[in-house]
Design a protein around this ligand. Structure first.
Ligand SMILES: [Zn+2]
Length: 300
């Protein structure tokens, strides 16, 4: 089972044991950063739970396994836009109330579960309070903090870690650029997405820009990169990456980068709170440059 999945060995062992001993809970939370394969693992777990084979599950042989995603024993719910609304959870409830026919279970995966608004979470809570015993719900989230405590307390949690560099390298056949690996920080999904959108160059350029000595060159390079659609669409990821680089400098080069980290974090928060992106970025670039000039002055 689950052989083709990269990493997550410990979690997979535990899930195998659940399948084998048939001690299945009504609700699980799979938590960890996005793009590391939580949903892939959850689907494989669902398939194993729905499989009717007497031998090891999933058998991947009989119809229940081959068509499990299309069967009405399996439901995958995901946000529409950026929310999961109460209506979706109510519809889910109705479906779950109908007993399974071709399996002895029903499994629902709620992807990006943190996108459930409060009403939706309360509706889900109602299901979790009195679930039919054949039901298993798997909540997948990169931000467990956004889930109600009352939901979390009814679920068994699995924490998924970012993949290791060698696991990422092993997953892809072709060599992966160092910058792309750093940018992805353990997420296969982020690498696939960046490659599909030909963003590798933009990522490398983003790093290079912040290494520029003069303010003019720094601004020129940053302006060039930030005009690209991929960068605009993933600006928070690019800022996260910048933070990573400053933390790395602190750790590896023993540089005091706390000033730079504060500047980038402030920018990130401003943008999250819907500040004007262009103004926020301009200010960040100038402040980072000033910070660096100040560092040099202290060294002399
Ligand atoms: Zn099967």
């Amino acid at each position: 089972m689950l052989l083709e999945i990269m990493g997550h060995k410990e979690q997979i062992e535990k899930l195998k044991k659940i399948v084998k001993t048939d001690k299945v809970a009504n609700a699980y939370i799979f938590e960890g950063m996005s793009g590391i394969g939580k949903c892939t693992v959850a689907k494989e777990f669902a398939k194993a739970l729905l499989c009717l084979s007497e031998g090891s599950r999933p058998c991947n042989e009989y119809i229940a396994c081959k068509t499990f995603e299309d069967s009405n024993n399996f439901i995958l719910l995901a946000p529409e836009g950026n929310v999961i609304k109460v209506d979706s959870i109510r519809a889910l409830k109705e479906e779950l109330m109908l007993k399974p026919i071709t399996s002895d279970r029903k499994v629902a995966i709620i992807n990006d579960a943190e996108c459930m608004n409060e009403q939706a979470q309360n509706a889900l809570l109602k299901i979790l309070e009195e679930p039919p015993k054949y039901v298993t719900i798997i909540l997948i989230t990169s931000n467990k903090e956004k889930l109600l405590y009352t939901i979390k307390s009814r679920c068994i949690s699995f924490q998924f870690q970012p993949l290791k560099e060698e696991e990422l390298r092993a997953y892809f056949e072709e060599p992966i650029e160092k910058e792309l690996l750093e940018y992805a920080r353990g997420s296969i999904g982020a690498i696939v997405n960046a490659k599909e959108n030909h963003a590798t160059e933009a990522i490398a350029k983003w790093v290079q820009a912040f290494r520029q000595e003069s303010l003019i060159e720094l601004m020129r390079d940053v302006n060039e990169v930030r005009e690209e659609k991929y960068v605009k669409d993933h600006l928070q990821d690019f800022l996260e990456y910048l933070l990573y680089l400053y933390y790395k400098d602190m750790k590896e080069k023993k540089q005091d980068t706390t000033g730079a980290i504060a500047i980038v974090e402030e920018t990130r928060n401003h943008i999250l709170r819907n500040a004007n992106v262009d103004i926020a970025l301009d200010r960040m670039v100038i402040n980072l440059w000033k910070w660096r000039r100040e560092c040099k002055r202290l060294l002399v």
